[in-house]
Structures are given as structure tokens and as C-alpha cells.
Design a protein around this ligand. Structure first.
Ligand code: MC0
Length: 157
């Protein structure tokens, strides 16, 4: 019998509840939404502009799934040339930019990660999709993956 390595005392076992979304950097928001609708039948469940992050972003999912409950695809288009998404596209081209985990307490998890020597991008959580609170693990500490931690707004629980 294999032993479950996510033991009761581990960080993962206490905080991470789901894969919240996978983020794709695109140059053209409308074209990307239309492509996913036409080729995969995904529907745009939520859309907003996040000025602080410099993005227009949308959450897509298969019809019939619930935004905030099921895993989504996040379309991220830059608002300006200086934002993270513009820099990512300039360096790597459009494509997978981030993997986001849904967590119960972004501050507590960030504190435990810092203690474990993991670099978080922000000292305190910032504003994310649908009033969530977010932080990111530096890609160099995330195995080459930019990992976002998402604590949904209380109303979304
Ligand atoms: C950079 N690197 C990445 C990466 N971005 N590796 C994997 N995935 C990514 N997305 C790598 C570079 O290739 C480089 O590797 C190294 O990390 C350092 O890069 P850098 O020169 O510091 O690159 P910058 O200036 O582009 O900054 C990267 C950084 C930035 C992750 C710090 O993108 C950032 O602050 N991201 C967090 C915010 C964000 O992504 N916002 C957009 C989504 P080498 O080997 O060449 O040294 S907003 C969002 O997601 C909100 C709306 C939400 O969901 O609620």
C-alpha cells in the first residue's frame, strides 16, 4: 500500500483546495476568447480589468461548470507595454504563463512558505480576480512555473 505523502502536518494538506485556474498570456483578448469558444466550446464566465496587474482578463470554462468552483482557463491580455504579461509575451511569446492554486488562507500559507525559504513576490496579498486575494511564488522557486495562490473572496465560498 502506498502511503499518502500529504500528511496532516504538511503545508499542502492544510491550505490548497483546488487548481483554481491556468493562465494563458495572449496579445489579443477578444481573439483568444473567440478561439476557445469556437474550437473548444468554452464560455466566458467572468471578465474584468485589473489596472494594478496591467491586464484585461477573462475566466473561461466548459458550459455548465461553475465559475469560482470548477477549474478555469484564464485569458490574460496586457493593458500596456510594462506589465508582466507584456514582458512575458515579449520574452517567450503567447502561451502558458501561470498555474493558480485555490487556497484557504493566502497570508498564512505565504508566511509558512517564506519560513521554508520560498520567495513570494509580494509582502502582502494583492487584489485578484473577483475580489480574491493573491500572491505569487517566484518561478525560480516554483520549478520554473509561476505559481499563483488565490484566496477567493468570502462571498465566493
Ligand atoms: C518570468 N520567468 C518565468 C515567468 N516569468 N518563468 C516561468 N513562468 C513565468 N511566467 C523567468 C524568466 O524567464 C527568468 O528566467 C526569471 O523568471 C526572472 O525573470 P525576470 O527577468 O525577473 O522577469 P520579469 O521582469 O518578467 O518578472 C517575472 C515575474 C513577473 C514573475 C516577477 O512576471 C511578475 O511579477 N509576475 C506576477 C504578476 C503577474 O504575473 N501578473 C499577471 C497576471 P531566466 O532563466 O531567464 O533568468 S494577473 C493575475 O493573474 C490576476 C489578475 C489574478 O489571477 O487574479
Amino acid at each position: 500500500m502506498t502511503e499518502n505523502t500529504a500528511t496532516a502536518g504538511s503545508i499542502t494538506g492544510r491550505y490548497v483546495t483546488a487548481i483554481d485556474h491556468v493562465g494563458i498570456a495572449v496579445p489579443d483578448f477578444d481573439a483568444a476568447v473567440q478561439w476557445h469558444r469556437d474550437h473548444l466550446g468554452l464560455v466566458l464566465a467572468h471578465e474584468e480589468v485589473n489596472e494594478e496587474q496591467g491586464v484585461r482578463e477573462g475566466m473561461l470554462s466548459p458550459a455548465g461548470t461553475a465559475f469560482g468552483t470548477d477549474t478555469a482557463i484564464q485569458i490574460l491580455a496586457p493593458l500596456n507595454d510594462d506589465c508582466a504579461i507584456a514582458k512575458f509575451i515579449a520574452r517567450s511569446g503567447p502561451g502558458l504563463q501561470q498555474l493558480a492554486y485555490r487556497v484557504t488562507d493566502v497570508e498564512a500559507l505565504s508566511a509558512e512558505l517564506r519560513q521554508a525559504g520560498v520567495r513570494l513576490l509580494y509582502d502582502a496579498p494583492r487584489h485578484g480576480t473577483a475580489d480574491s486575494r493573491i500572491n505569487f511564488i517566484h518561478p525560480k522557486d516554483g520549478g520554473g512555473v509561476l505559481i499563483e495562490l488565490v484566496e477567493p473572496a468570502a462571498a465566493a465560498h
